[in-house]
Design a protein around this ligand. Sequence first.
Ligand code: FES
Ligand SMILES: [Fe+2]
Length: 326
Amino acid sequence: MTDEGYRFPYPPIPDGWHGIAFADQVSQGQVLPVRALGEDLVVYRDDQDEVHVLEAHCPHLGAHLGHGGKVEGSDLVCPFHGWRWAPDGHCAGIPYSKRIPTNARTRAWPCLERNGFVFVWTHAQGETPTWEIEDIPETHDPDFHVVARQDWPPFRSHPQEISENGVDLPHFKTLHGWTAKSIDWVTDGPVYDMVYEMEAMPERWTQTNAEPYSLQSRTEGPTFTRTRFWGAYRGVSAHCFTPVEPGWIRLMQLYYGHRSQTDEENERWFQASDREWAADIPIWNHKRHLSRPLLAEGDGPVPRFRRWYSQFYSSLEMQSSQGDPQ
Ligand code: FES
Ligand SMILES: [Fe+2]
């Protein structure tokens, strides 16, 4: 990732929950170093199977807890001098010192293990979580299993651009080759639901004489969306598009399919979806964000979408309430 300058008129890290790892990347007693949200983090799983996220570097003398740190009980012990960090970020012990300095704290991130991912909460004004990512029943239903996963190499974009893609009606035809006759876009706080009415799906999605796909997607917060499929295939795909650095996205995806389907059907479903994402990525990677796009009849509800997404920018609200001419 080169530093080519940040090119969006929005804060790089919107407020809310962001997926930073696949949950099965960290098993009990393990520590995983993660770069996400422009920060070095560690994810660890304690002996009760709870996942915690701390700032990676120990505030004592700066060792990285993800390289040699040990999980003990619910704490993470630094490999350098053995200071012990609790899940809430307080220092729970120093092996050679009776007194713990009163300011001995590290940053702990509110986190949530859900739908096969580890999410952390971030908020520009330091607010604690006001909502949660919903549980998707298929992700722990024994009738479903993970049939594919994808972890794309980071590309240049902003999560708002990726989320906006869902309401961009005509691009489904030009870029993806299927016709979305209409979309029904409904918002509810940090969530938006979308039902697509499709006229024709390209061959890669449909088998001869197969039922067409029906799909419905729900986006929760600034960087997570999932799509439920039924008809030709039963499954749910879940997608995190989290900034790894300002202006760079890491796209992590899990595909949960119903067990009644064959490997071939799973593969076809995954490959079809994967090609859709592969078609969008070069556009996102190179596009310029236009604050005042030139829209025509037939475009999706882009201005409404942008007003909805602005709820994740508390730092912009602060600026405008302080009299910024914006
Ligand atoms: S640097 Fe972590 S205990 Fe010293
Ligand atoms: Fe797209």
